[in-house]
Design a protein around this ligand. Structure first.
Ligand code: FE
Length: 198
């Protein structure tokens, strides 16, 4: 069994926010997916040991901010790498509250807001899988980021490789530097040397 075959699955990137007893917490996940259309239901998988997971199970609802191509790397790192048990991660992060009081990120390249109730959970060992029923959905401007696009952007310090001829922005999972010399711009066919980091 080749586990790397699973790397072929594409993911988005999201901030899950919960308010519980006046306390705000949030974490970054790549595991939000639409499960059904009629009625709309989502799934969300979260690590059991995560503090936000604990709060979400007590609260019974979550607020999800869908991150975009313009979401700053520093914000993702800050919300993704620290634990809310030790620090107030949400301090200074601009947010609004949904009807349940859960925090949604404002600005920062966020492309959609989802508020949802947790209708059931499945124990997956290391994680819980939550089934979500949306109570509010809001579409904002911008293009959602993929998890691989975020990783590529992170590897260049937040900059992006852009084709100087057609302005195509490279967003592949392979770091740009590791692409073979034979690689060409998928839009205009110019070689790697036509790209600049900006
Ligand atoms: Fe091009």
């Amino acid at each position: 069994m080749d586990l790397t075959a699973l790397f072929k699955i594409q993911y988005g990137l999201f901030v899950v926010g919960v308010e519980q007893e006046g306390r705000l917490n949030a974490c970054v996940v790549n595991t939000v997916a639409q499960a059904t259309a009629e009625p709309p239901q989502l799934t969300l998988t979260m690590q059991k040991r995560n503090f936000t997971t604990e709060l979400a199970r007590k609260k019974g609802s979550v607020a999800i901010s869908v991150l975009g191509e313009k979401t700053p790397i520093e914000l993702i790192e800050r919300l993704g790498t620290q634990s809310g048990r030790d620090t107030d991660k949400m301090e200074d992060v601009p947010c609004t509250r949904d009807v349940a009081g859960n925090p949604l990120l404002v600005g920062n390249g966020v492309v959609a807001h989802y508020s949802a109730e947790i209708t059931s959970e499945v124990d997956l060992g290391s994680h819980y899988l939550f089934v979500l029923k949306p109570t509010a959905l809001e579409k904002l401007d911008g293009t959602p980021t993929t998890y691989s696009g975020y990783r590529a952007r992170k590897s260049t310090g937040g900059k992006q490789w852009v084709c100087t001829i057609c302005h195509y922005v490279y967003d592949g999972a392979t770091p740009f530097e590791e692409l073979p010399d034979s690689w060409v711009c998928p839009v205009c066919g110019e070689p790697k040397s036509a790209f600049v980091l900006e």
